[in-house]
Structures are given as structure tokens and as C-alpha cells.
Unconditional design. Structure first.
Length: 135
């Protein structure tokens, strides 16, 4: 398993009414593309209720994709096209559902995650995505 993972999740925890549509679309997207890297994994994981949350707060809900990133220096030719495809797909999902999405990187060894890029429009800035992910 690779150390770093790119995550691309719905930004928010109020997904009950849209969960099935998003998960179905994610699965079709993953199955319908020839990936340079290993295909992403569809994630649909709601955290348990947290008693420390307020009465109107929902527990975290990870709904989206995890894409294993290659080790630095061993990236296959054209690998960043997978990341761009994810962002472009999320933009289409934003148009279809009105939901915003967050793309970030997680470190499996330390458990640290960093939200790096938000998809909240029809036409995400792929040049900025390239800069923040670091092709």
C-alpha cells in the first residue's frame, strides 16, 4: 500500500438524501476509465456519533474516492491525468448535485490529512490543482 493517498470527498456531512446517487456515479466513473495508476476506491464511511458534538452537528462522513499516489520519483508517465479526471468528474457531480467537493492528500504513516483544493464550480482550475498537488 502506498504511503500517500489522494482523497476526493463531498465537503460536508449532510449526505443522507444524496448518498445513493453520488455513490452510484462514483462507481460508474471508476469502472468507466482506463487509469494510469491503480483505480481509486469508492469510499462511503460515516463516522460514529460523537457525544462531544452539538445537537445540530453531524458526524464526519467520508463519501468519495481514495486514489493511491505513486512514490516520489516513481510516477508513471501521464499519472497526473488521473488526478485531473477526478477533479473534472467532481465538477460534473457538483453541477448535478449542488454539492462541493474537497481534494486533499493523506499520509497513511502519520495519519495527517491536508485539504488542498475545492471543487465548487463547473470548471475547476486544473493548473492550480497541478501546483498544489505537485505533479
Amino acid at each position: 500500500m502506498n504511503r500517500y493517498v489522494l482523497y476526493a470527498y463531498v465537503d460536508g456531512a449532510d449526505n443522507a438524501g444524496i448518498e445513493a446517487e453520488i455513490e452510484t456515479s462514483l462507481r460508474a466513473f471508476v469502472a468507466g476509465r482506463a487509469w494510469k495508476l491503480q483505480p481509486p476506491i469508492v469510499v462511503n464511511q460515516r463516522r460514529p456519533d460523537d457525544p462531544s458534538l452539538g445537537p445540530n452537528d453531524l458526524p464526519d462522513w467520508e463519501l468519495g474516492l481514495n486514489l493511491d499516489l505513486p512514490a516520489l520519483g516513481s510516477e508513471p508517465q501521464g499519472w497526473f491525468s488521473d488526478v485531473e479526471a477526478v477533479a473534472t468528474f467532481l465538477a460534473a457531480m457538483h453541477d448535478a448535485t449542488g454539492r462541493e467537493f474537497v481534494i486533499g492528500i493523506g499520509d497513511r504513516e502519520t495519519g495527517i490529512t491536508d485539504d488542498l483544493f475545492f471543487v465548487d464550480c463547473s470548471n475547476p482550475d486544473l493548473a492550480t490543482l497541478r501546483q498544489v498537488i505537485g505533479e
